[in-house]
Design a protein around this ligand. Structure first.
Ligand code: THG
Length: 263
């Protein structure tokens, strides 16, 4: 499982403050804490912080890159920002994200290929998030086909079938799982499949429980990466235990401790 740490996001008050005050230690502590907890990639998003969006992203990248060695997912919807910052990181960058419209895919895939970067592509087009399974699969297939055309290797491609909060979109959790089941058969080798896990519980009670159960369900349907909180111990234990039961490792009595120590 590729755990992508979600905490370096200006949506969180402490990160927003650190961005506005250019508090290097606060960002680097959060970067290291996530890697130590098992994140193999860190997601970086300036969010609503009151800073220049490009300068804020540059600073966040430089600060996080100096504290860890893991790849960094540049979480920003603007082409101008991606174009400016992806070359800073080259093959350490994962563009997060682009939509599945053809012109957009062509542009973003060229940027990824040029820089040896990864790319997260969402199954969203001009019509927005599909409400049904078929359209998600159709857009996912279009993303896969475009990657082959552009020469983006499947291990650099992350397809995101987009999860929405269960309290406002109650059919979507099941629809995303059905789309994952179909999309994982798309190509051999397959691309990665990723979700912004915490979206599923936004505005809900018992968030950690909802995130944990849905992650296990999604892993069972073929999810192999998630933007999530690696410092949520119960969530990470669920990841490890699911991998055990998927025979990604052999059982030993200390399987939890053995895996927890990795990060
Ligand atoms: N797909 C892709 N990228 C994404 C998302 C996605 N990036 C952003 C987001 N979705 C994933 N990251 C988060 C980070 C935080 C939260 C949800 C998703 C979150 N934040 C608290 C909240 O909104 O309640 C912030 C408040 C707080 O706790 O301080 O839940 O889907 N490719």
């Amino acid at each position: 499982m590729h755990v992508i740490g979600e905490r370096l996001n200006g949506m969180f008050k402490d990160v927003r403050k650190a961005l506005e005050e250019q508090d290097v230690a606060a960002i680097q502590d959060l970067a290291k804490a996530q890697v130590n907890a098992g994140a193999g990639i860190l997601d970086l998003n300036v969010g609503p912080a009151k800073v220049d969006p490009l300068e804020g992203m540059r600073w966040l990248i430089e600060t996080a890159a100096a504290a860890t060695e893991v790849p960094l997912a540049i979480d920003n919807p603007k082409w101008e920002i991606q174009k400016a910052v992806v070359p800073m990181l080259g093959d350490r960058a994962i563009i997060n994200s682009c939509k599945a419209d053809e012109e957009e895919l062509d542009k973003y895939m060229a940027l990824a290929v040029e820089n040896n970067a990864g790319l997260v592509a969402l199954t969203i087009d001009k019509q927005g998030v599909p409400s049904d399974v078929d359209r998600r699969v159709e857009l996912g297939a279009q993303i896969g086909a475009k990657a082959m055309e552009a020469g983006l290797p499947m291990d650099k491609l992350y397809i995101d079938p987009i999860i929405l909060p269960v309290n406002v979109a109650p059919k979507q959790p099941e629809n995303v799982l059905a789309a994952l089941e179909q999309l994982k058969m798309l190509s051999d080798p397959p691309p990665h499949f990723v979700l912004g896990l915490s979206n599923v519980s936004q505005g809900c009670n018992h968030r950690s429980l909802i995130n944990r159960i849905y992650l296990v369900m999604a892993m069972s349907a073929g999810l192999d990466s998630a933007i999530m909180d690696p410092t949520d111990k119960d969530l990470m234990d669920a990841v490890i235990t699911t991998e055990l039961l998927q025979e990604k490792m052999i059982y030993c009595d200390s399987f939890l401790d053995a895996q927890r120590m990795r990060g």
